[in-house]
Design a protein around this ligand. Structure first.
Ligand SMILES: Cc1ncc(C[n+]2csc(CCOP(=O)(O)OP(=O)(O)O)c2C)c(N)n1
Ligand code: SF4
Ligand SMILES: [Mg+2]
Length: 305
């Protein structure tokens, strides 16, 4: 009698951000939330700021979250998590308080509460899914929008945003937090390592996760991961961590590609003139030089007063 083969299914982790949400096809931000929860595991309590990811996943009676979630505001998500931290401690729970917010929440509207939580070194992990605009309300520019990118609030004479993007990881490091890192939905093993590291640290940890919005960035839904990968390969987005004030690159492309390769993939940059592309390239080149200097120096960013 031939030996029968029994197929054993590979053990699967329960999906903590499940199907059924209303995000657009190819939404990079939904990939971000799914990956964050997958790596954190179920023993967390989330304070979720308003934004696309909240709107698409919590419309009554549907709910995609397999973990406790407090729906917070832009202005108070880290403050709510500070309360959660104390409540969990009082109960003797070892669940991790987590904040999830978009770039509008993190870089701009909720920054006051975020800064306060960082100053107090609250024991929580903060995730910013950075899709570089207020996407949910119609693609308005935020402090995270890159210079020259078209949004619905771009001044006509410029055709895109007039200012450079803020760097929230360095702002966090200057608060003296023990861990600030960047990540990308195109580099999931890098994200996994960073989340594991963050879980093992006490105090305020912040991970800013580059996660696109095909609707606002104007590219094919199937290209979301490719666009995110190109951002790193052209130096538009850099992968690093700042641990106790010490900067370290976690992924560095061997050869930085021309930024044009990234810009031409997206409709939000299609109006750019050659001099604007050159301006971005120059900024990237200077930035790479400074990051390389930091990597090889003994500068401790959290000790700069
Ligand atoms: C104080 C306040 N201002 C404005 C709004 C309206 N609003 C809801 S979602 C949203 C966009 C959020 O942008 P972001 O945090 O980047 O998340 P995204 O929608 O891009 O995922 C805005 C402006 C609000 N809810 N509260
Ligand atoms: S608008 Fe953008 S961020 Fe919102 S669900 Fe669609 S692709 Fe995702
Ligand atoms: Mg956003």
């Amino acid at each position: 009698m031939p030996e029968t083969q029994t197929k054993t299914a590979a053990p699967t982790k329960p999906q903590l951000f499940s199907k059924g949400h209303g995000a657009c096809a190819g939404c990079g931000s939904a990939v971000a939330i799914r990956s964050i929860l997958f790596n954190l595991g179920p023993n967390i309590v989330v304070s979720l700021a308003t934004g696309c990811m909240e709107v698409v996943s919590t419309g009554y009676p549907d709910n995609c979250w397999g973990v406790p979630v407090v729906h917070s505001l832009f202005e108070n998500a880290p403050a709510v998590a500070s309360g959660v931290t104390r409540a969990l401690k009082k109960r003797g729970s070892n669940a991790i308080p987590v904040v999830i917010g978009g770039d509008g929440s993190t870089y701009d509207i909720g920054f006051g509460a975020l800064s306060g939580a960082m100053e107090r070194n609250e024991d929580m992990i903060y995730f910013c899914y950075d899709n570089e605009a207020y996407e949910n309300t119609g693609i308005q520019r935020s402090g995270a929008t890159p210079k020259y990118a078209a949004t619905t609030t771009s001044p006509k004479e410029v055709g895109g945003k007039s200012e450079w993007k803020k760097n929230v990881s360095f702002i966090a490091a200057s608060h003296g937090v023990p861990y600030a890192a960047t990540a990308s939905i195109a580099f999931l093993s890098d994200l996994k390592k960073k989340i594991e590291k963050a879980k093992a640290i006490k105090g305020f940890r912040i991970i800013t996760l580059f996660a696109g919005c095909q609707l606002g960035w104007k590219h094919e839904p199937s290209l979301s991961i490719e666009v995110a990968r190109k951002a790193v390969n052209t130096g538009m987005w850099n992968l690093y961590e700042i641990e106790n004030g010490v900067f370290h690159r976690t992924v560095k492309p061997k050869q930085i590609e021309p930024v044009e390769n990234y810009l031409k993939m997206q409709g939000r940059f299609k109006h750019l003139k050659p001099e604007q592309v050159a301006d971005i390239q120059q900024r990237i080149n200077a930035n790479q030089t400074e990051l390389d200097k930091l990597e090889t120096s003994a500068v401790n960013l959290s000790k700069i007063l």
